[in-house]
Design a protein around this ligand. Structure first.
Ligand SMILES: *Cc1c(COP(=O)(O)O)cnc(C)c1O
Length: 381
């Protein structure tokens, strides 16, 4: 088996046996000619299976060390399809700090279908244990979380889940398999918004699910085909193209993130920094154990009395925008933007202050990212 960084480039079906093309051809066909009646050829109809999508799915299965991967029209579609494995009456334990769209799916869609949920801080194993009911079927969480970068011990949670015959589903969007492979730590299913670091260029919306359990793989193949939220061949190609440079990008992302954290630590305008790479960050030791690197997502708060709005609006290079994981640095204020739909009292209780700023550090020259932060901070005096 070749090394991870080599698989990024040569995994999946990256070479075309017909022409030798070194990049997967885009099979823009909805249906495939059948030579004999009832012969069940490999390719029949592109919702069921498409060679370009299959190359990406095989690659993702390899990178997450699973048996099968499934590509969807968005991360949200991947998550919805995974939950569609379950039925009325099933109960889930869900991490407190999950993606806002996942909360919306749970509260406004899945509950209507008779599924029930208990929201738990998954850093607290006793709290998870206390939330388990007779009808609990799975634990769902993210690590690191958005926007507070909280770290859950994947190995400890999956061990607890196994003792209670529960499945574990991990949203691995922030870490990517470059930094963390939840299936190797005991999880049953990994989901991704491939829109973020995997595709990496802020030019495509896509999602992926991977499992190492053949029975779950059969279920997901059936549901992917039945619900039909599949990723098209052009977007599948774009995601695979992005993944080829994942290691190269992540190295620069992380190098820049370390430099930015270093700068913020020395700046008097900054009151608090959230970054799992900091030795005194709660969860740092667990992150160091289960992740190869600490990623490039940072959150921070300005000193009391400083104007967050003025700061983000004075940035020139760093884009004020939602989303993350692209090559360009993106900054946002969760209270107003990504987490604006959460009631203020709940948000404050959970540690997401009005002043919290989330920064997705890009791969521009670190000097320029820091200079932009510095000039915008300087204007607050
Ligand atoms: C963006 C995101 C999602 C949703 O993915 P889409 O591709 O936008 O549908 C899910 N989980 C996390 C952690 C995300 O950041």
């Amino acid at each position: 088996m070749t090394k991870f960084n080599t698989q990024l480039i040569h995994g999946g079906n990256s070479e075309d046996p017909t022409t030798g093309a070194v990049s997967t051809p885009i099979y823009r066909a909805s249906t495939f000619h059948q030579r004999v009646l009832g012969g069940h050829p490999k390719w029949e109809y592109s919702r069921t299976g498409n060679p370009t999508r299959a190359a990406l799915e095989k690659l993702m299965a390899q990178l997450e060390e699973g048996v099968a991967g499934f590509a969807f029209a968005s991360g949200s579609a991947a998550i919805a399809t995974v939950f569609a494995m379950y039925s009325r009456g099933d109960h889930f334990i869900v991490g407190k700090d999950v993606y806002g769209g996942t909360f919306r799916l749970i509260n406004q869609v899945l509950k209507r279908f008779g599924m029930t949920f208990t929201i738990v801080d998954t850093r607290d194993l006793a709290a998870i244990e206390a939330a388990i009911q007779d009808n609990t079927v799975a634990i769902y969480f993210e690590t690191p979380t958005n926007p507070l970068l909280q770290i859950t011990d994947i190995r400890a949670v999956t061990a607890l889940a196994r003792r209670h015959h529960l499945r574990t589903i991990v949203d691995n969007t922030f870490a990517t398999p470059y930094n963390q492979q939840p299936l190797t730590l005991g999880a049953d299913v990994v989901v991704h918004s491939a829109t973020k670091y995997l595709a990496g260029h802020s030019d495509v919306v896509a999602g992926v699910a991977v499992t190492n359990d053949p029975a779950i793989a059969d279920q997901l193949a059936f549901l992917q085909n039945s619900l039909g939220a599949t990723l098209g061949p052009d977007d599948s190609w774009l995601v695979q193209r992005g993944i080829k440079t994942l290691a190269a990008r992540m190295r620069i992302h992380e190098e820049n993130a370390a430099a930015v954290v270093d700068f913020l630590q020395g700046d008097a305008h900054v009151a608090k920094i959230y970054y799992p790479g900091l030795a005194d960050f709660p969860g740092h030791d667990i992150a160091a154990k289960q992740m190869r690197g600490f990623g490039a997502m940072i959150a921070f708060e300005l000193r009391a009395g400083l104007d967050t709005k003025q700061f983000v609006e004075h940035l020139h290079l760093i884009d004020l925008a939602e989303s993350l994981g692209g090559i360009e640095s993106l900054i946002e204020v969760p209270a107003v933007m990504t987490h604006g739909s959460i009631p203020r009292a709940v948000r404050l209780r959970d540690g997401i202050s009005d002043e919290l700023i989330r920064l997705s550090v890009g791969i521009e020259d670190a000097t320029d990212i820091i200079a932009d932060l510095k000039q915008a901070l300087g204007q607050l005096d």
